[in-house]
Design a protein around this ligand. Sequence first.
Ligand SMILES: Cc1ncc(COP(=O)(O)O)c(C=O)c1O
Length: 462
Amino acid sequence: MAGVFGVDGSLPSSRMLAEELGVSRTTVTVAFEQLLAEGFITVRQGAKPRVAAAVIGRDLRAGTPSQAGAVRLSAYGERIRGIPAWRDDAASPLVADFRYGVLAPSDFPAGIWKRAMNAAMARRPDRLSYDDPRGLKRLRMALQGYLWRARTLRCELDQIIVVSGSQQGLDLCARLFLDPADRFVIEDPCYVMARRTFAGTGACPVPIAVDRDGLQTELLAGVAARLAYVTPSHQFPLGGVLPVARRRQLLDWARQNDAYVIEDDYDSEYRYDINPIPPLHGLGDSDNVVYLGTISKTLSPTLRIGYLVVPPGLQQVFATAKQLIDRHSPLAEQEALASLIESGAYESHVRRARRLNGERRQALLNVLHLAFGDRISVEGANAGLHVLVRFTDLPQSLEAALIDEARRVGVGVHSAAPLYDPAMTEARRDRISLVMGYSALDARQIERGVQLLAQAVARVLS
Ligand SMILES: Cc1ncc(COP(=O)(O)O)c(C=O)c1O
């Protein structure tokens, strides 16, 4: 019908159109008024409405891109457009998915959180207005106490910035410390989100190899860079703890190069053998260390709450950058978290989560040992929520086949290969390595999942 009207510029009268369409005249009149208001038609007293001259002959769909790839992006857009899109894997249910970074919903302290949120929502503010970009003062005070008790990290209240997960902390560091063509030191293998975030600025990664003790800081000699990103308490993904000598070497390097160290302390609550490792922050004068914490491993990644401890002198610029991005993080969740930390409920939840994940970890280690014996080596099992499993007899060339076959029989496994610098030689990872997260699974799923993985391995090798 739309193609018929307006060929010669005129539309039927409202009465005729109402009859033709079987609707009331009011409906047509209202539609005409809308078209008139938007400039698609013109109306003169006593005459039929006409299609506006500017519209005739125009393809109204011309506003949508007609050719794939005809988008125009900033240099930043071009740099990140090749990153694979997020996939919703929940769509294909598996017997067990050893995906890293997922928590079991049953671990979440739903009752306590709900009460805290209700209390936060019930508080009647005297106005609805924007708040401090650094985060709710009550939460920052609670975090200040928590960081001291749990991490022996001492800082001023003003140094703490509440962010939308560690991810926003990484993004703030990238924006504030890096320019295109700058260099940044990154662990190899590493947390890919960090590498991508820093590389998004146009800065160039300088991958530094990691061994069982974390970043090989002796390789920093002669390297000039603006920042170094490290996971010293539990290297992601290999699991090493950076020894004090290397910590000092790293801090010395940062001082000599006028560089910042970004300390990602993402899962230090989970140590199963010894007491938690104190952070790097505080070892030196901390003027060039940015500490990054999160509740994504303790409470839930869905809440999107993390925190930065920034060097004195940088509080203002971090607060301004945070304000320019999203004003501040949502207040009710901040208030709820503050009340959990103040009451001690957060720390008792962390103890419970540590016990539950310790049991899962043990179940996984037992069943991996039973299923594969010395055909695998397991790294990084003393801490965190994942282990790294290296197969001694499975060449890298079989990796895609193994992952596909495992998925076909109902188990999700994930390669460590993408965590290595893409430019590094294949030789360093000539055997299949898997990052196996266990924090979302129960003991039965872990057992069945590893049995199915063993079947998949046998099939791929046969
Ligand atoms: C090394 C590392 N840092 C940080 C995070 C947490 O990120 P966020 O706080 O943005 O959820 C993860 C999550 O998987 C991680 O592996």
